[in-house]
Design a protein around this ligand. Structure first.
Ligand code: ADP
Ligand code: MG
Length: 697
């Protein structure tokens, strides 16, 4: 029997179960079954007694005898089988609703059993419903494996006898097929270097470990394999991209120099200068740039974007900047116009809410090459937007854009333009290493001078009066305040009502004419929003009450207080983004997290994290830990992380080792032609064959 064989040929499967296995778990071949790894293990050597058992444990192992087997007819159609279990320290009721006929003959009073399952309390007596049960075999008799693998399965499979135990039986059958070959995928020199278990042993070790050491070794080997091949795929595609042609910008021209020498109102930070150099090196290399720029909120990414756009323009190309919201696009547009004033560079805006005639005009001028910089939203992607020679695309706050959207921008020039993706959502190092290993990465790790860490305070309604007093004192000092409400789902009126109630209460406590209040939310017309933002920006209003529309990018250095209402309803990265709106001017700044009194443990952890650190990377890592990588915003991030075993937070050392190893292999042997690397090539080819097969069927 071979691993490539259809699963239906395995003894104990047959056509019906095979179909179900495929549909429910994606197991089509024997190899698929082998790669259906247990998600945890039960340690059978850890036997507890009824007297000391913790009723809250999710799974316990007991040893004892079974008496008083009894079938109860509870209604015309349903039966249950009950039995009493004794272990010398107490007794417990066992209950089954299925498999009754078989159990009646299986359970013998003379046999000592291992009983495994979750204890429950029913009518004040301890019960176990549908426990796993098997005769106890003393260890020295080579009997029960001490670790029982637990497999994920589904209700439909369980109904066909394929519960966790049934699956384990199939895996056991498969591994004991005479002559079964589990092929190695990693060359011996790598196995030796990292002291990794050969694949056949690892497969046995992960399904049926005989010791915890064997389990660890098997796990390590298979996690390494998983991360290694993911890296190999990413890094190879990056190499292929680098081989392709890209626009070659060869000169640093008059506009860049003039802007740098005359227009910048401050000294660029070292990190900003370094990133501009990195981008410039790419742009003149003759290869297409695909670069990710990470920098915490307020680190000055926009200036980097603008300066590098000037490089493109100096070389005769158009540039565009794409922002996730209209407010942001408008703000970037206004900033660029202001900063480029008197420099003979034509900047235009293109957003969905513009009049059709205005849009038409912009598009025509764009096509005719009359526009140097186009700023906009998703509207830029539309096919009707045609550039005369697009050379450079900057995407701001990329987590709102999908991969496909990025790809559509490539097609807007015959040679794909250079691309810079900017994100303020710090991507945890390990995630960046796994997901973005096909992008080059730049980091702004230095804040402009004068920034102060934001003091973060947790408060509840009981402290609201004090909060209002504090806001009044800040306003008296000439400062401005944000009050933000969550808006999880704009179509649900409830969130909007929260916002309006809050606005009413603030209006009462901060009456006109002494206080001016702005309000902005998603249901407003774009020009009304822009008008209110503008008033706040100019300092005409003291308080900005809003939903998360201000989450990304809004820049009002005079604002020093950020009040976040119902803070428990925000995720960590959102909270961090919001907090980044203050602490931008010289003055001390504050972030107040308002929550209800009782918090869930994870909400409490989020709030505690926010109060204890302002480091974006620490927050991103806490976020990843609390939510798991699957939850991370954006399809590209969750969809691509198709890891079965490895955990990119806990397994950072393995991620790192795999990445470095792949890097050095590809440096020496980019095509994997060396005889030592044949195994790698073969494995990649077989994976690709499998993928194209999956597409056909
Ligand atoms: P972000 O990285 O969040 O997009 P911005 O580019 O909006 O940050 O910059 C935040 C603020 O800091 C802006 O007001 C910008 O003008 C200012 N700024 C940017 N770079 C510097 C610098 N080197 N020195 C002082 N202020 C700077
Ligand atoms: Mg920004």
């Amino acid at each position: 029997m071979a691993l490539t064989d259809d699963i239906s040929y395995l003894k104990g499967v047959g056509p019906q179960r095979a179909q179900l296995l495929g549909r429910e778990l994606g197991i089509f071949t024997c190899a698929d079954l082998l790669e259906h790894f247990p998600f945890r293990y039960v340690d059978r050597s850890h036997i507890v007694t009824l007297a000391t058992m913790d009723i809250n444990e999710p799974y316990v192992v007991l040893k004892g005898v079974v008496r008083n087997v009894n079938v109860v007819q509870s209604s015309k159609f349903s039966q249950r089988l009950t039995a009493l279990f004794f272990d010398g320290t107490g007794e417990m009721e066992l209950v089954w609703f299925q498999g009754i006929r078989w159990l009646e003959t299986y359970l013998k009073p003379s046999v000592e059993y291992l009983i495994m399952g979750k204890p429950t309390l029913f009518d004040n007596t301890v019960q176990m419903v549908h426990p796993d049960i098997e005769p106890f075999v003393a260890d020295d008799a080579g009997g029960n494996h001490s670790f029982v693998p637990v497999y994920s399965t589904t209700e439909k499979l369980k109904a066909k006898g394929l519960n966790s135990k049934g699956i384990s039986r199939l895996v056991d059958t498969l591994l004991n097929q005479p002559g079964l070959v589990v092929p190695e995928t990693i060359p011996p020199y790598i196995l030796q270097k990292y002291k990794l278990m050969p694949r056949p042993y690892a497969m046995r070790g992960i399904h049926f470990p005989s010791s915890s050491q064997e389990m660890q070794q098997a796990m390590l080997r298979l996690k390494f394999e998983e991360l290694f091949f993911m890296q190999l795929q990413h890094q190879q595609s990056r190499i292929n991209r680098m081989r392709g042609t890209g626009l070659k910008f060869s000169l640093v021209g008059e506009r860049f120099n003039r802007f740098y020498n005359e227009k910048i109102p401050f000294e660029m930070t070292g990190a900003q200068k370094r990133v501009i150099r990195e981008v410039w090196t790419d742009m003149r290399s003759g290869r297409q740039m695909n670069r990710l720029l990470q920098g915490d909120v307020g680190s000055g990414k926009t200036m980097v974007a603008l300066m590098t756009m000037l490089l493109a323009i100096d070389n005769g190309y158009q540039a565009c900047l794409m922002a996730p919201t209209e407010i942001l696009a408008q703000q970037h547009y206004a900033n660029f116009c202001r900063m480029l004033d008197g420099m003979d560079i034509s900047v235009e805006l293109l957003v969905g809410s513009m009049k059709v005639s205005e849009k038409k005009k912009v598009k025509r001028r764009l096509k005719d090459g009359e526009i140097d910089i186009l700023v906009g939203t998703h509207a830029l992607i539309e096919d009707t937007v045609v550039f005369s020679n697009l050379g450079y695309v900057v995407i701001d706050e990329q987590h709102r854009f999908g991969v496909e959207q990025r790809a559509r921008l490539w097609a807007k020039n015959s040679v794909p333009p250079h691309i810079l993706v900017m994100t303020a959502t710090p991507i945890p190092r390990t995630l960046a290493m796994t997901l973005y290993s096909d992008l080059d990465c730049s980091v702004i790790d230095e804040m402009p001078p004068g920034r102060q860490p934001v003091n973060t305070i947790h408060a509840t309604d009981a402290q609201r009066l004090r909060l209002f007093g504090f806001m009044k004192r800040q306003i008296a000092e000439g400062r401005q305040v944000y009050v933000v409400y969550p808006l999880i789902n704009e179509s649900e009126g409830l969130d909007l009502k929260d916002l309006m109630d809050g606005y009413d209460s603030i209006s009462r406590s901060f009456p006109m004419p002494d206080y001016q209040i702005s309000i902005v939310h998603g249901k407003m017309q774009p020009d009304a929003k822009a008008y209110e933002m503008e008033r706040f920006k100019k300092g005409e209003t003291h308080i900005m009450v809003s939903t998360t529309v201000i989450e990304v990018g809004v820049d009002v250095p005079n604002a020093t207080v950020m009040v976040i209402e119902n803070a428990e309803r925000f995720g960590l990265s959102q909270l961090h983004q919001l907090r980044g709106r203050v602490g931008r001017g010289g003055g001390a700044s504050y972030c107040v997290l308002m929550t209800k009194d009782k918090l869930t443990p994870s909400a409490k952890q989020r709030i505690d994290t926010m109060c204890s650190t302002t480091d974006g990377f620490q927050i991103a890592e806490a976020d990843l830990r609390l939510r798991g990588p699957g939850d991370i915003e954006g399809r590209e991030q969750s969809g691509m992380l198709n890891l079965r075993l490895a955990d990119i937070v806990d397994d950072e050392p393995i991620v790192r080792a795999a990445r470095d190893e792949v890097r050095s292999i590809l440096e020496a042997d980019p095509e994997l032609r060396h005889p030592d690397n044949q195994l790698l090539r073969r494995h990649i080819d077989s994976q690709q064959a499998k993928l194209s097969l999956a597409k056909i069927s």
